[in-house]
Design a binder for this molecule. Structure first.
Ligand SMILES: O=c1nc[nH]c2c1ncn2[C@H]1C[C@H](O)[C@@H](COP(=O)(O)OP(=O)(O)OP(=O)(O)O)O1
Ligand SMILES: [Mg+2]
Length: 202
């Protein structure tokens, strides 16, 4: 539906994160054919930027270069108030590349002595869409999701820091939300609403 309004019919998703790919696919799949970048490349782009936006652009260009197709990248992370916004753009690498479980353990440890009211945090998502590898005008959309860091993991859905992210209005972690509900509320969902509008998709 609505594919006619787009100048392209296929889009490469510039991510190797299975959780993200699933969410992005669910948010875009009805509008356009989305292909994971693993169809074209195995190596990851080096995320050398100092902002989510810069890293998203780097990843999108890398996937577009490898595929010859338009590419959409998502650079995202968790900014924790009590840690001055860390781990931020370094969220995936917080525990030196040991993965989600190690990242979560390190975060709980860093906040061990921090009281509830100081445990504010937000997920941030920057989406970058390039129509070709050298696109001088990438489309950038951002979204944020406010929450709090729990004292222990809760829930089995989602990925990354979801088990530690309390959604205050609902009183549950984002890993306790069914995928459909997270995909209505999340930082990624909010950025995607803006992207769909920019692309003329309903
Ligand atoms: O909805 C989310 N729920 C939980 N955790 C999340 C979410 N969104 C981002 N995150 C965390 C995961 C990772 O620690 C970092 C993203 O890092 P980021 O470099 O953007 O992604 P990545 O390296 O996992 O995959 P890729 O770069 O191939 O897209 O933030
Ligand atoms: Mg990454």
């Amino acid at each position: 539906m609505n594919k006619v309004t787009l100048p392209f019919s296929q889009l490469v998703l510039a991510s190797n994160n299975a959780g993200k790919l699933k969410e992005l696919q669910a948010m875009l799949g009805e509008h356009i054919e989305v292909l994971p970048q693993s169809r074209f490349i195995s190596e990851e782009a080096e995320e050398t930027g100092l902002s989510f936006i810069e890293n998203a652009i780097i990843k999108a260009r890398h996937a577009s270069q490898a595929s010859g197709l338009p590419a959409l990248a998502d650079d995202s992370g968790l900014a924790v108030d009590a840690l001055g916004g860390a781990p931020g753009i370094y969220s995936a690498r917080y525990a030196d590349g040991q993965g989600d479980a190690a990242n979560n353990t390190k975060l709980l440890d860093a906040l061990k002595h921090v009281a509830d009211e100081q445990r504010g945090a937000r997920f941030i998502c920057a989406l970058a869409l390039v129509r070709h590898a050298d696109d001088p005008v990438p489309i950038i959309c951002e979204g944020a999701w406010e929450g709090r860091i729990l004292h222990a993991a809760q829930g089995e859905h989602g990925f990354g820091y979801d088990p530690l992210f309390l959604v205050p209005e609902l009183g549950v972690s984002s890993a306790e939300l069914p995928a459909e509900q997270k995909n209505q509320l999340s930082h990624r969902a909010r950025a995607m609403v803006l992207l769909r509008a920019r692309l003329g998709l309903v």
